[in-house]
Design a protein around this ligand. Structure first.
Ligand SMILES: [Zn+2]
Length: 469
């Protein structure tokens, strides 16, 4: 059957592609069924980095963060409290010192920075309060590619039953020492590798008071013209050990229509579809594909929803500034173990305590993150000006595009799926010398995207085409 025109054997011999984590699916074209797979390259250095992710290190990071007793944004941050090891100031100093330690271990490859500002009085900010985001930049080795940035983030502030209690215990082991530990552990293992693109490891404050830290950082990124192509926000990734938890799955929440979609964009979506194809949702699919390749010990589950009911998180701050950003959260939350004063009532234990966290689960979530960050850090930029020709009525589809500015597109892939399918089903590879291809599939029945691969096979984010008339 020649329906799919895959050039995989040639790819494999020329670029050393190997198949793993095969994603076997059936596609129906012109009434015929054909078994398909989406093979890709597994980078042994990335596999090695995932192996380096340590459950013991994650446990010690989370217990250390819990040990500050409270990390409320309103808690103490004066020199005396920092010296005593209690409050958000002490937590911030420790996160910074950890990033600095990793920087020393990689001969200064990480630049450790802070982003401090005064948040004025607000609903949950009773007095002007200094907030500080802490981050480490692993600058890309290529002058062109290093402009592209991927970000992993968690919030290091915590809260108890009262969001404005700045002094009572607020251990915040799951929410969100777990996400902070993911940022730290990704920084520790990925700083041992080299990437053409830039990776930022971020820990933000003020989430529980109103996403203030991430808002400030996302605005900084937009104002500075940073080309942030992906933000992975980890919030409540502790894998709470309560009955009913599924330790083999982590949810990936993504917005449907991009927050910054214009009226024209929305009219187009209404006419032709695309409500499941925001850049954030494309990123969510990319994360699931990376996990199929690198087998982190856990399966990311696509949640086609911005966030859970009644809840929000830092990814939303980045969406609002026009960036692709998703939220990773454990499969089943125990609400007795979040936003609670630690206590026992009628035999039920409340509080976000370290003993409820499954450290191996957090390590696996860190592997999900590290796989996607590393592959994006090594991939070429995505193809530009991707267009789907819609001039005539035809049962085949022609796409064209421009190479990524870094010139590293050795192979392109046209991906597609039926309009009702959640994830990519089929692909056609196109030689890197070409920027136009026709596939024997009707554009009326599928959704397309195009991605670039480098010589080794690292995949860029896919780009959805705009119709061209
Ligand atoms: Zn949280």
């Amino acid at each position: 059957m020649s329906c799919c025109r895959q050039s995989l054997p040639a790819e494999r011999s020329r670029a050393g592609f190997v198949e793993r984590g095969i994603f076997a699916l059936i596609v129906f074209l012109n009434g015929a069924a054909a078994a398909q797979s989406l093979p890709s390259y597994v980078d042994p250095e990335i596999t090695g980095a995932l192996r380096e992710i340590s459950t013991g290190q994650i446990q010690s990071d989370i217990e250390k963060l819990v040990g500050f007793e409270t990390r409320s944004t309103l808690s103490a941050q004066d020199p005396a409290s920092i010296g005593s090891g209690r409050g958000i100031g002490a937590a911030r100093q420790w996160i910074r010192s950890e990033f600095e330690r990793y920087a020393r271990d990689c001969s200064g490859c990480l630049e450790v920075k802070t982003d401090s500002f005064i948040e004025p009085i607000g609903e949950r900010i009773p007095a002007p309060t200094e907030l500080t985001n802490v981050y480490a930049v692993l600058k890309g080795t290529s002058s062109e590619d290093s402009r592209r940035i991927v970000v992993v983030t968690g919030h290091y502030d915590s809260r108890n039953s009262n969001p404005t209690d700045g002094s009572g215990p607020a251990p915040g082991a799951n929410d969100d020492a777990s996400g902070t530990a993911v940022s730290l552990e990704c920084a520790r293992v990925l700083s041992k590798l080299k990437f053409p693109g830039t990776i930022i490891f971020l820990a933000v404050s003020g989430e529980e008071e109103g996403l203030y830290g991430s808002k400030h950082f996302a605005e900084l990124a937009r104002r500075s013209g940073w080309q942030v192509q992906a933000v992975l926000s980890n919030d409540i990734v502790g894998g709470d050990r309560s009955p009913g938890q599924d330790p083999k799955r982590v949810r990936v929440f993504s917005e449907s229509i991009a927050y910054q979609a214009s009226e024209k964009d929305i009219r187009m979506i209404r006419a032709l579809g695309g409500e499941n194809d925001s850049p954030s949702r494309t990123l969510a699919r990319y994360i699931t594909a990376s996990a199929r390749l690198y087998q982190p010990g856990i399966t990311p589950v696509l949640e086609f929803r911005l966030d859970r009911y009644l809840r929000g998180g830092d990814h939303i701050s980045f969406n609002r500034e026009g960036f692709a950003a998703v939220r990773l959260t454990e499969f089943r939350e125990n609400f007795n173990h979040q936003h609670q004063n630690p206590r026992t009532e009628n035999g039920t234990e409340y509080g976000d305590l370290a003993k409820f966290v499954d450290f191996e689960y957090v390590a696996n979530v860190a592997r999900v993150n590290a796989a996607a960050l590393a592959e994006l850090g090594r991939a070429p930029g995505p193809p530009e000006n991707v267009r789907l020709e819609t001039r005539g009525l035809a049962n085949e589809s022609t796409l064209h595009w421009e190479p990524p500015p870094d010139g590293r597109g050795a192979v392109y892939r046209i991906l597609w799926r039926s309009t009702s399918a959640p994830d990519w089903e089929s692909l056609q590879s196109v030689a890197g010398s070409l920027t136009r291809a026709t596939v024997p599939v009707s554009k009326d029945n599928v959704i397309f995207a195009v991605q670039a691969l480098d010589e080794a096979g690292h995949r860029s984010l896919p780009v959805l085409p705009s119709p061209e008339r």
